[in-house]
Design a protein around this ligand. Structure first.
Ligand code: ADP
Ligand code: MG
Ligand code: MG
Length: 909
């Protein structure tokens, strides 16, 4: 049986529907849906993604496809009352790519297909404009040459330049040497029919020269070749890179949409534009977009002409669509509302007006900044369009970090050198570079760069990815730069029209009101851009932290109703704990006590302790540290108000606290009253070949029991004190790096002894827990034995990853990236938990631990605790909490809620 390869759509009816995106691609499915909703779309049909996959596999069209396309073309001819290739009344079509999820600008689309030397005459007669017809023909030749015949588009440019120069000479304008200025002095719209005819002839010659064959005048030959080229464009380099960046599978394939052309460039009652149903940068509910009169398709996004605003505003001055074409605007406004209600999401719309008649050409869920995604989701709940659980699932937790993007510090008093369109929020500084290659090269050296371009195109993608921010001279809020930057979460200022970039001299200049140069930005000069306001500054301007904002706060409250797991924070100081608490942390999952030892007053006591000749001397030094540690812990307990505070006993090897420079060693010897030689001998003694696997963690407690004894005393003294102040406390004492029952047993003895003593002194007890950090494979495998002495396990997945893979994180840079690139590992295991290997050990530890002690509770405190994918895994295996850095707490809360929703499918309705 031959499969159905083609699905048709026309006004008011379609064979496809919105839900069939895997088969019809996003563009095709939504065109069908719009037709079903009675929204005016030019008629056409969609060739399925299955046909594309077959084509890419077979190397030729699958059986039955060509016949189906021929049939549908006859049908389209009937619909439009035109004929493909007919000289009197030619049907022209666009051939448009469209994958399941939108990949803006990544694949190729060809417009005006069906033109040749004869039909162009017919088109000229029908439109009563030779200029229009030859312009369309010229565009077809360029796109066909580039997309189908793979001729570099730059090779076509001299032909257009020659035409511009001819016009400039006619008009007796002075001739600029560079193509950019020439294009500005003589824009496309000034080229007349006669010049365009010459361009057409030139383009045809270029095609013959570079492909060895003349441009196919047979429209069906054009069509078949175009369909095949769109299929192939699925595998072009930039599409592949885009898929990798956005986790889109390579085997989806693209659909191809063949659709009757409508013309936005037929004169002053024609227009084309793009619109968003809400503001994609802030999320504000306002109909918003850009348009150009007398223009076709890509003109608006290409940034060649500066587009106008859709809606009336005090500045619009009659130029808005609302003022210029009120009827079309009113119809469009109604349609955008229908689309939002139907798709229950913010829509990004393409439209064209042909001689006063409005057509929709595309609708899709619009790309947006992280802040906008939260605001839109929460607003839509309030509007009754979404349920709260759906709203939670709408945001990408990975991107929520953008909410914490810095803003320009108003106190810095910086004044902007230029202003553009605020296209993607956040303020960022970096060195200005003028091409993608430089951006990448600088970024690889670890430098921050701002990519500064006249406009960007898909070829710049790698540079945009490498840059910290993007600044363009042309293009609006819907330009390539803006759309891609928002998608990647890079701050972006677009359309900074006073900026002029001279690529040849590697310099950008800003022009003042009278055309004079006010500022020069040379290659690698530092600049700051603020994508929230559109401002551009010279130098590194000071930035300040951002706030979550009311919508995010609302969403975080919702997450509490659906999350099973708690989110804790890794915090070592009361300040960090307070920050974590303000982000909604439900406890401290890891307090690293060694961080408390480095400050000036304490390090001396620490060193004295390390250099002590015997236990007595060591105890004396420890006694000096005790009050500091007690204060530290009391501070944490006070801030955390009865929430669990997990404190890890000293973990790093002792030599980390000793000086290494000659003069520092001298000073230490002097203050301690020992000889330099003694200090040097001690340092030599402590030297280790593999410190990570050396004398650290619980091993320190085994050799120097007075150290954990002091720390436990400090913890429990602090707990008693704070409890006496009337606060609740919930300390958890965590033993690091244990791999055996014996180690934990020994620590328990110390802890219990100290506890008895402290509680006797205070005349009251404080509840506390003792547990261990699981960071060695042996500990995971023997978890049942360890559980005898532990009331909780915290998976230290950083070290557990190092010890399971036998990979030192600090030394992995030379090979790990290649492992990921080659697919040997799916991801960097230090970013996303290696669920197969490390995850398996975690599973075993949980299972065995629970058997030995059913009430045992589990958490994760490695950096994976803040990684959404790892959090999802933690939910699957039933951890009770994840712990991450304070700044990632909001991200982790959303990720944990999403994980719960996905796993239980218990939705909140
Ligand atoms: P992309 O995925 O890059 O947006 P599209 O297939 O949407 O590519 O097409 C590129 C441009 O051409 C868009 O601006 C679109 O609106 C316009 N376009 C596509 N098909 C037609 C058509 N049949 N008539 C008029 N304009 C069209
Ligand atoms: Mg395209
Ligand atoms: Mg499009």
């Amino acid at each position: 049986m031959v499969r159905k390869f083609v699905y048709r759509f026309e006004s008011n009816k379609a064979e496809g529907r919105a839900e069939w995106k895997p088969l019809l691609g996003g563009k095709g499915a939504n065109l069908a849906e719009m037709a079903n909703l009675g929204i005016p779309v030019p008629p056409g049909f969609t060739v399925t993604t299955e046909a594309c996959i077959d084509y890419l596999k077979l190397g030729h069209f699958p059986e039955g496809l060509l016949e189906a396309v021929r049939d549908s073309m006859s049908w389209l001819e009937t619909c439009t009352r035109r004929q493909f290739g007919n000289v009197e009344n030619p049907l022209l079509v666009s051939v448009r790519s469209g994958a399941q999820s939108s990949m803006p600008g990544m694949m190729d689309t060809i417009l005006d297909l069906g033109l040749n030397d004869e039909t162009v005459i017919g088109l000229a007669r029908q439109s009563q404009s030779e200029r229009f017809a030859f312009d369309a023909y010229r565009r077809l030749l360029g796109m066909f040459g580039n997309v189908v015949l793979e001729i570099d588009h730059e090779l076509f440019e001299p032909a257009l330049d020659a035409a511009r120069r001819a016009v400039a000479r006619q008009k007796q304008l002075s001739l600029p040497d560079d193509a950019d200025t020439l294009a500005r002095v003589v824009p496309d719209s000034v080229l007349g029919a006669e010049e365009l005819k010459l361009v057409v002839a030139d383009y045809k010659r270029i095609i013959l020269e570079h492909s060895g064959k003349p441009f196919p005048s047979d429209p069906y030959e054009q069509l078949d070749a175009a369909i095949a080229a769109v299929f192939r464009s699925w595998n072009n380099a930039r599409a592949k890179l885009y898929r990798e960046m956005h986790d889109i599978p390579h085997d989806w394939g693209t659909a191809v949409n063949i659709q009757a052309m409508v013309f936005g460039n037929l004169g002053d009652t024609s227009a084309t534009g793009v619109a968003f149903t809400r503001d994609p940068s802030t999320g504000e509910r306002r109909f918003f977009g850009e348009w150009l009169p007398n223009a076709q398709g890509e003109d608006v996004v290409a940034g060649i002409r500066t587009p106008r605003a859709l809606s009336r505003s005090p500045e619009s001055d009659g130029s808005s669509l609302e003022e210029a074409m009120p009827d079309s605007y009113a119809e469009l406004f109604k349609i955008q509302h229908v689309l939002e209600q139907r798709f229950r999401d913010m829509q990004d719309i393409e439209f064209t007006i042909e001689a006063g008649r409005l057509y929709l050409l595309q609708t899709r869920n619009g790309k947006r900044s992280a802040r906008a995604s939260v605001r839109i989701a929460v607003d839509m709940v309030n509007e009754g369009l979404l349920y709260p659980d759906e709203a939670i699932l709408r945001v990408d937790p990975e991107r929520l970090g953008e909410l914490l993007f810095p803003a320009i510090d108003p106190k810095a008093g910086a004044s902007a050198i230029a202003r553009g369109i605020p296209a993607s929020p956040g303020a960022v500084s970096g060195k200005a570079v003028f091409n993608a290659e430089d951006a990448q090269a600088y970024a690889e050296r670890g430098e921050s760069v701002i990519l500064v371009r006249t406009e960007t195109s898909p070829e710049d993608l790698h540079g945009m990815k490498a840059a910290k921010g993007i600044l363009t001279a042309r293009g609006g809020a819907t330009s390539h730069a803006a759309v891609v930057a928002r998608g990647m979460g890079r701050p972006c200022v677009s359309g900074c029209s006073t900026l002029h970039i001279d690529y040849a001299s590697g310099e950008a200049v800003v022009h003042g009101g009278n055309g004079e140069v006010t500022t020069r930005i040379k290659h690698a000069d530092s600049i700051t851009i603020d994508g929230s306001s559109g401002s551009v500054y010279l130098g590194n301007v000071k930035t300040i932290e951002a706030e979550l904002g009311p919508e995010m706060e609302t969403m975080l409250v919702w997450t509490e109703r659906v999350s099973r797991m708690r989110v804790r924070a890794n915090a070592d100081t009361p300040e960090q704990a307070a920050k974590a608490l303000s982000f909604g942390a439900r406890g401290i999952g890891l307090c690293r006590t060694e961080h408390m030892f480095f400050s000036d007053e304490r390090i001396a006591a620490v060193r004295e302790m390390i250099l002590a000749r015997d236990t007595k001397a060591r105890e004396k030094a420890l006694a000096k540290l005790l009050p500091f540690q007690t204060q530290d812990f009391a501070g944490l307990f006070r801030v955390m108000k009865g929430l669990p505070v997990n404190i890890r006993l000293l973990d790093p090897p002792l030599h980390e606290f000793l000086p290494h420079e000659k003069h520092q060693i001298g000073e230490l010897a002097a203050t301690m009253g020992v000889s330099v030689v003694d200090v040097e001998r001690k340092i030599a003694e402590l030297y280790e070949f593999n410190p990570m696997l050396g004398h650290r963690g619980v091993r320190l407690g085994i050799t120097y029991p007075e150290v954990p004894a002091m720390q436990v005393r400090a913890i429990l003294e602090a707990a008693c004190t704070v409890q006496e102040e009337g606060h609740e406390v919930l300390p958890e004492i965590m033993v690091p790096l244990a791999f055996s029952e014996g180690e934990l047993g020994a620590m328990r003895v110390i802890i219990d002894e100290v506890a008895k003593d402290v509680f006797a002194k205070h005349g009251k007890e404080v509840k506390f827990k003792v547990g261990t950090m699981i960071e060695l494979p042996r500990a995971a495998l023997l978890a049942d034995q360890l559980a005898k002495h532990a009331e909780f396990f915290s998976f230290g997945t950083n070290d557990l990853t190092q010890t399971t893979l036998g990979v030192s994180r600090d030394d992995a840079g030379s090979f790990l990236p290649l492992y990921v690139e080659r697919g040997i590992l799916p991801e960097d295991p230090f970013i996303s938990l290696d669920t197969d290997g490390v995850g398996e050990l975690v599973r075993i530890a949980i299972e065995k631990g629970r058997v030995a002690r059913p009430e045992l509770h589990f958490g994760v405190c490695g950096e994976h605790g803040g990684d959404p994918k790892s959090i999802d895994f933690c939910e699957q295996i039933g951890l009770s909490y994840v712990s991450c850095s304070p700044f990632r707490v909001p991200i982790a809360r959303v990720a944990a809620a999403q994980a719960s929703l996905r796993r239980t499918r218990k939705y909140w309705r």
